[in-house]
Design a protein around this ligand. Structure first.
Ligand SMILES: Cc1ncc(COP(=O)(O)O)c(C=O)c1O
Length: 383
């Protein structure tokens, strides 16, 4: 028997909608199980195995009995490694500015719960990654969607900031756009944040996956370390999605409250996974370059096909997504594309308010799969 009768769920969880991508991915799995040649371009994770030296570090930690509770904010070795990485980039931070979390996603949750009060406004650029909106909702905040300007590398955020605004969320390189925001845009956000005394959450989980230009963080600008919550993690850079390891860098006062939440909820990220994190940051980095090179080659293949098909897409300069305008209702399009051509894609509706005719295609899949999927897309558009 399944018990379905619930006497009460909170208003906060009631406000969260189920992921718009779930139906598509469940159907993709069902079709694959039925033996259909499914190509999954809906996924948001690298298709590479975690590099061997990182796996070995976790194994070693396990064998050495690193299986007990760790400090709630993470093992000192990992916190030191993170501080070292950012000090090398000239960030004047110390151990007190860092917390290690079970995935970047949990760092985002903790950060929003620690800084957003009931009714506070949080600016999200439209489109944005699917989980920011539920994080804001659970924190009691209100999302203010800001459309991008043409070309997706700027947005008129200044027109949407009110006295109730508390935070602006920037995600560069962006999921789902693949855009890497230029310095001019970041500088504008910096000036706004300083003038209006706002926090900027800078989600930099794709910072190493950039193709054409240098990545810049808003935290690099004057007076920004004191108002930035920088989010990063291991999932994308080191192909470690299932390990659940991320971190936040923020002013000490914010970290203090994130730590309270963490110590009373998940306690800390898994002990031996944190040792793997130390190896990821301090060990050989050539694995990252190899993955980025492969992502770039895949991106280039897709660009050629999409251009040939005459489709509009956002400038794909980082991460591993192409955001494409198919000029049809994207939910219907994705359902039909999967049903008829066995290619899974994510409808733009999942990412914001204004992209009902756009789809996100992830190129975290092999070149052969990409070529085949593009051929099928071309046939599908002509049918
Ligand atoms: C923009 C963005 N931020 C955060 C995350 C969460 O990453 P993690 O696996 O570290 O929780 C993702 C994962 O898809 C993402 O795309």
């Amino acid at each position: 028997m399944i018990v379905t009768k619930v006497t009460k769920v909170s208003g906060r969880v009631r406000s969260i909608q189920p992921s718009a991508t779930l139906a598509i991915s469940a159907e993709a799995k069902r079709l694959a199980r039925a033996g259909k040649p499914v190509i999954n371009m809906g996924v948001g994770e690298p298709d590479f195995n975690t590099p061997e030296h990182i796996v070995r570090a976790a194994e070693k930690a396990l064998r050495e009995g690193k299986t007990f509770y760790t400090p709630a904010k993470g093992i000192p070795e990992l916190i030191d490694a993170i501080v070292e990485v950012y000090r090398e980039k000239n960030y004047d931070i110390s151990q007190e500015n860092v917390i290690v979390t079970p995935g970047a996603k949990y760092a985002i949750f903790e950060a929003m719960l620690s800084t957003i009060d009931e009714g506070d406004e949080v600016i999200l650029l439209d489109p944005s990654w699917v989980s920011y909106e539920p994080c804001v909702a659970v924190s009691g905040g209100k999302v203010v969607w800001v459309p991008h300007s043409e070309g997706f590398e700027d947005a008129p955020v200044e027109e949407y900031v009110t006295d109730r605004c508390r935070m602006i969320v920037i995600n560069s390189p962006s999921n789902p756009l693949g855009v890497v925001y230029p310095k001019s845009f970041l500088k504008k956000i910096r000036d706004l944040a300083v003038d209006m005394d706002l926090i900027v959450m800078s989600d930099e989980i794709y910072d190493k996956i950039v193709f054409d230009e240098e990545f810049h963080s808003i935290a690099e600008f004057d007076d920004m370390l004191e108002r930035t919550i920088l989010i990063n993690g291991f999932s994308k850079t080191y192909a470690m999605t299932g390990w659940r390891l991320g971190y936040a860098i923020a002013p000490e006062e914010i970290i203090k409250y994130m730590l309270r939440l963490q110590s009373h909820s998940v306690s800390h990220p898994t002990s031996f996974v944190q040792y793997a994190g130390v190896e990821a940051l301090k060990g050989d980095q050539s694995c990252v370059g190899e993955m980025v090179k492969e992502f770039r080659a895949r991106r280039d293949i897709m660009i050629e096909y999409l251009k040939e098909m005459g489709l509009e897409f956002a400038p794909p300069k980082g991460a591993f997504y192409m955001f494409v305008n198919v000029e049809k209702d994207s939910v219907e399009f994705c359902e039909k594309f999967l049903k008829e051509k066995y290619v899974a894609a994510t409808p733009g509706k999942a990412f914001g308010k204004s992209f009902a005719t756009w789809i996100r295609l992830s190129y975290a899949t092999s070149r052969d799969n990409i070529v085949e999927a593009m051929e099928r897309l071309s046939e599908f558009l002509q049918s």
